[in-house]
Every structure is written in structure tokens, then in C-alpha cells.
Design a protein around this ligand. Structure first.
Ligand code: OXD
Ligand code: MN
Length: 589
């Protein structure tokens, strides 16, 4: 007997053989016990209780510091269903191979049963999951990142409607590390890693890979997008979803302190990483943030780049793989102070410059979202927020202008599908290597991306008031290889133009790639930027775009006949518009 949840937990315990099983209720008293257990394991310590109350530093195994895409699998009976951009394993074979690693993996340990809700507790868009894990660090982190414990247990009750996640640290050997998804069974198996993206199963595994699969079946969207609200003078707030590959400043944009605050433009944070969206009765696509915390990259985060999060990090935060000062405060490169003498690096060694960065470049903070001063009053609204604009972006030294608007939904899907970003080799003067990352979902789509593009095209026909689609590029460089645009809080100037376009205002000029602001359409007062730089930021160079088209064609070809015809059509149309433009430039030049 027992509920589906209890039955599944019993099965997991029979397989992994823990010494004891603890159902988590999410209470403060329980959290104290979990933290004590985390500290007892020896890989975590308490930070300065005066300046960082209830904050901890966790050090992961040095071989276990990031998501491992090559060890991440989607397991469906048919290999074609995962497509050319995912790793595939047959479900039976995966169960056999990975099951052997789970066999007895929790002997001598405690198995924690973590029921959780992704999304606001009473939202019709949110969903329940259960993660079973032998890591107290994972339990403490899940308590920040999701609505965890009794509230979720009550929601699940005797229903079978929840996503299952089995996680064990195993022996942390990368040779025995797997993150496997079984979307048809709503099941995740993760073994051999304690790193957040691999081990906090509610985040990338459920909220993107499994959820994207469910979203396609059920007619909604699970996207790797931040959600922000732009308040304009008079107090109206317009919501936008934005997708960027990693290292493009997504969290910073979501939490931006606006440079136009004195003109009445302010940014409110709804989410910094993931959006779940459904068409609502008002005909708009409504988004919720399925998460309850921010799991952000620490290095590079400081008062200049993200003052809001800096204010939030002084309590109830778990730091992972940062450095620590002799005062037991967290420290990382870019925090805004010079490394103090006696600094301890992320490997728990006395640091000196010969030892490389003191914090691991992927060091993280895990902080409750409500601690950010920028958190939107609507961030837990059960009905979500109506999305008026989608913004795609990448890091491109050339090619993409500062901002452009797609002609229509189908063209916007093409813009998202051909998204790309350069590796940061660009910083040393090279243009960098371009990696295609459609909708920033390349590592997170739980099925064939050709079908994912179909789903996007389909959604366009189902949303009576679809968001307008834009593309931005904060990273364009001039002939001197310097960034042309200042970025950070000044990006609000671009958001303001997007808002004006959404409202049917905002002057624009038609180019082959889409609508670009006219030279006077951006609000630039108070900004030191030359008219030449603006000219260059907004320019569309047909030659650069022809090269880019050749690259995106190669990417599309990987999907063969499964790629939607509409995307080939858009590719051809762009190619034709560029050659007409090229020819007329040649005539006038
Ligand atoms: C993340 C990622 O951690 O995208 O959010 O890798
Ligand atoms: Mn992300």
C-alpha cells in the first residue's frame, strides 16, 4: 500500500540502501539539522556570523565544478527523438548501466526525500517534483531554489502527478557520473556529481529538459529565459522574457539598476534563468518563474555590474567554490576589492597569484529571490505576468546590431533559432569562435530541436497577442576592438525602445535583418557616446551577414528533413534581402 510517492521512495531505498530515510518538511528546525549535517561532512563551513548571518561556504570536489554536458543524456526509445544536439541512450540500457551505480550507493548515508514545487504555490502553471538525495548541501540548496517540504507534500498527496528525481553523490568519479532524463516517465537519474546544475534536479533537469518535453505535449513553453518588468513613467509595467547563452549577463540584466531611473524607468525582477509560459484567458502569454532563488555566477559580480544582488547576498546565502577572507567573508575576482592578505582559495589553500584565480570561475551564490531589492511585487502572482516582448541575444563582436526587431513571429523564431554567441576569446582581440545556441536552449532542450522549432512556430498560431520578438547584442566592438556600448544599467535605453515598439511608437528603419532604431530613436541623454559609435552599433553589414548565413545553414542542415520548412524559407528570404541590399550599396557606393 502507500501513496505513489511512498512507493517510489521505497523502491529508491531498496536500490540505494541508505541507513535511514528522512522526509523533509522544509521547516527552520529541520534546516538547522540539515546544515549541521552539511558542516559535519567537512566540505562546508560557516561564514562570518555578524556580516553574513546564516551563510555558508561549500567546496565541491575539484573535478565537479560545472554542468557536464557530455555526461548528460536524454533517454527515449527512438534515437531520432532527441536529435543531433543531445546525447542519447536507450532507456533500458541506461537503467541497466546507471542502475548499477545506484546499487547500494547510499549505504551508511541518509536518504533525504525532498518534495518541492516549481513555481508559486497556488499557480496553475507550477508543478510538483520529488528529489531523493544523499547530499545535505543539495537539500539546503533546494530549500532556497524551490518551495520545498510540507507545502509540496500537501500538494502531491496521493496523486501520481509529480516529476521523480533520484540523486546520489556516488563516488564523485567523473567516469561514473551520469545525468539521465527519461521524459516519457517524468524521471531524472543523476549520479556522481554534487554540482548544482547536475544535482539540484528541479532546475535544469526538470524545469528545462523534462518541462520542455511536457510543454510541447501540452501546448505551453518552458524556456531558458529571464523575466523582467520595465516600469515606465506613470507606473505601468511591461514584462519581457529574454534568452541569452551563458556568460552574456542574464542575471545582471534581470536585476539591473536602471540608468534612466530619474526619468521614471525602472527594472523589476521576476526571474533570472527560467520561464514557464501558458496562454491565458486574456490572450497573452503569461510567465511564471519556476524557481524561488538565484543560483548565480559570483566572479564578475560587484557593485558596478549588479548592485541589487550584492545587497541580497549578506544573509541566508550558500556560496559554492568562492574564496574566503581571514574575516570569513566570501571573496571573488570582480567583487570590487583587492585580494586581502591571508585569502583562502576555493580549494581551501592559502592563495597566492601563482595559484590562479582565488574563486573558481564558475563559483556560485544561492540566494532567496525575495532578498533582492529589485524583486517584482508580481513575482509570485499565481497567474504569472503577461509577456509583451521576447529578447534573444548573444555575444557578437560584429554582425548583430545593438538591437533589432523581427518582422513577425515566424521571422522571430528564425532569429531565435539562429542565435549564436562567441567564446570569450574575443577579449584578447580575436573575434572568437561562434557557437550556435538556439533560444539559449542547446544544452537544455529535452527533445529534438527540429521539433522544438515546430513547437515555437505552432505557439505563434495559438497566442492571440503574441510577444514581439527582438534581438540584442551588448558586445559589439569597434575597429579598436573596444566595446562600443557601455552595457549594464545603460541597457535600459534599449529596453525603453523595445517598450516603445511594443506600444506602437519608437521610430525604426527597415533593414534586411529586421527593424533597427533610427539614429535618434534611442534615449542617449547623459551618456558619453559618439554619433559614429551609434552609427556603427546600429549598422547592418551585408558581407558579415552572408558569412553568418553560411554558418547557420550548416547548423540547420544537421536536422535534415525534420527542420521546419518555414525556417528554410526565412533563411532564403534573408539571403535575398541581403543580396538586394548589397547590390544597392554597391550601386550607391
Ligand atoms: C546556469 C546555466 O547555471 O545556464 O544557469 O548554466
Ligand atoms: Mn541558465
Amino acid at each position: 500500500m502507500g501513496t505513489p510517492l511512498e512507493k517510489w521512495v521505497d523502491d529508491a531505498a531498496r536500490l540505494t540502501k541508505p541507513d535511514r530515510v528522512v522526509y523533509c518538511d522544509g521547516s527552520t528546525a529541520e534546516n538547522e539539522r540539515i546544515v549541521a549535517e552539511m558542516l559535519r561532512e567537512g566540505d562546508s563551513e560557516t561564514l562570518n556570523e555578524k556580516t553574513y548571518p546564516n551563510c555558508y561556504l561549500h567546496r565541491s570536489s575539484p573535478n565537479d565544478v560545472a554542468r557536464t554536458e557530455h555526461l548528460t543524456f536524454i533517454c527515449t526509445p527512438n534515437k531520432d527523438d532527441v536529435g543531433p544536439t543531445n546525447n542519447w541512450m536507450d532507456p533500458g540500457a541506461a537503467k541497466h548501466k546507471i542502475g548499477a551505480l545506484f546499487e547500494g550507493a547510499m549505504r551508511g548515508r541518509t536518504m533525504y526525500v525532498v518534495p518541492y514545487i516549481m513555481g508559486p504555490v497556488n499557480s496553475p502553471i507550477s508543478k510538483a517534483g520529488v528529489e531523493v538525495t544523499d547530499s545535505p548541501y543539495v537539500v539546503a540548496s533546494m530549500r532556497i531554489m524551490s518551495r520545498m517540504g510540507k507545502v509540496a507534500l500537501d500538494r502531491i498527496g496521493s496523486s501520481p502527478d509529480f516529476v521523480l528525481g533520484l540523486h546520489s553523490l556516488g563516488d564523485l568519479d567523473p567516469m561514473r557520473r551520469y545525468i539521465a532524463h527519461f521524459p516519457q516517465e517524468r524521471l531524472i537519474w543523476s549520479v556522481g556529481s554534487g554540482y548544482g546544475g547536475n544535482a539540484l534536479l528541479g532546475k535544469k533537469c526538470f524545469a528545462l529538459r523534462i518541462a520542455s518535453y511536457m510543454a510541447r505535449e501540452q501546448g505551453w513553453m518552458a524556456e531558458h529565459m529571464l523575466i523582467l518588468g520595465l516600469e515606465s513613467p506613470g507606473g505601468k509595467v511591461t514584462y519581457m522574457g529574454a534568452a541569452f547563452p551563458s556568460a552574456c549577463g542574464k542575471t545582471n540584466l534581470a536585476m539591473m539598476v536602471s540608468a534612466l531611473e530619474d526619468q521614471g524607468y525602472r527594472v523589476w525582477t521576476v526571474g533570472d534563468d527560467i520561464a514557464w509560459m501558458k496562454v491565458a484567458d486574456d490572450g497573452y502569454l503569461h510567465a511564471i518563474n519556476p524557481e524561488a532563488g538565484f543560483f548565480g555566477v559570483a566572479p564578475g559580480t560587484g557593485m558596478l555590474t549588479n548592485p541589487n544582488v550584492m545587497g541580497a547576498l549578506h544573509k541566508n546565502t550558500i556560496f559554492t567554490n568562492t574564496a574566503m577572507t581571514p574575516d570569513r567573508e566570501p571573496w571573488w575576482e570582480g567583487i570590487g576589492s583587492t585580494p586581502p592578505p591571508g585569502l583562502i582559495n576555493w580549494k581551501n589553500e592559502k592563495w597566492d597569484t601563482l595559484k590562479g584565480p582565488a574563486a573558481h570561475p564558475n563559483a556560485r551564490y544561492t540566494v532567496p529571490a525575495q532578498q533582492s531589492p529589485s524583486i517584482s511585487p508580481k513575482w509570485e502572482a499565481p497567474e504569472g505576468v503577461p509577456i509583451s516582448a521576447f529578447i534573444f541575444g548573444g555575444r557578437r563582436a560584429r554582425v548583430a546590431p545593438l538591437v533589432y526587431e523581427a518582422f513577425d513571429w515566424q521571422h522571430g523564431v528564425f532569429v531565435g533559432a539562429t542565435m549564436a554567441s562567441e567564446t570569450t576569446a574575443a577579449a584578447t582581440g580575436n573575434v572568437g569562435v561562434v557557437r550556435r545556441d538556439p533560444m539559449a536552449m542547446l544544452p537544455f532542450c529535452g527533445y529534438n530541436m527540429a521539433d522544438y522549432f515546430h513547437h515555437w512556430l505552432e505557439m505563434g498560431t495559438r497566442i492571440p497577442h503574441p510577444p514581439k520578438i527582438f534581438h540584442v547584442n551588448w558586445f559589439r566592438r569597434g575597429a579598436d576592438n573596444k566595446f562600443l556600448w557601455p552595457g549594464y544599467g545603460e541597457n535600459v535605453r534599449v529596453l525603453k525602445w523595445i517598450l516603445e515598439r511594443v506600444e506602437g511608437r519608437g521610430a525604426a528603419e527597415e533593414t534586411p535583418v529586421g527593424f533597427v532604431p533610427t539614429r535618434n530613436a534611442l534615449t542617449l541623454d547623459g551618456l558619453q557616446i559618439s554619433p559614429e559609435a551609434i552609427e556603427e552599433l546600429l549598422s547592418v553589414n551585408p558581407e558579415d551577414w552572408e558569412d553568418d548565413l553560411a554558418d547557420s545553414k550548416q547548423f540547420f542542415d544537421k536536422f535534415g528533413a525534420r527542420l521546419p520548412q518555414e525556417l528554410r524559407e526565412e533563411h532564403d528570404k534573408l539571403s535575398r534581402r541581403l543580396s538586394t541590399e548589397g547590390a544597392s550599396l554597391a550601386r550607391s557606393g
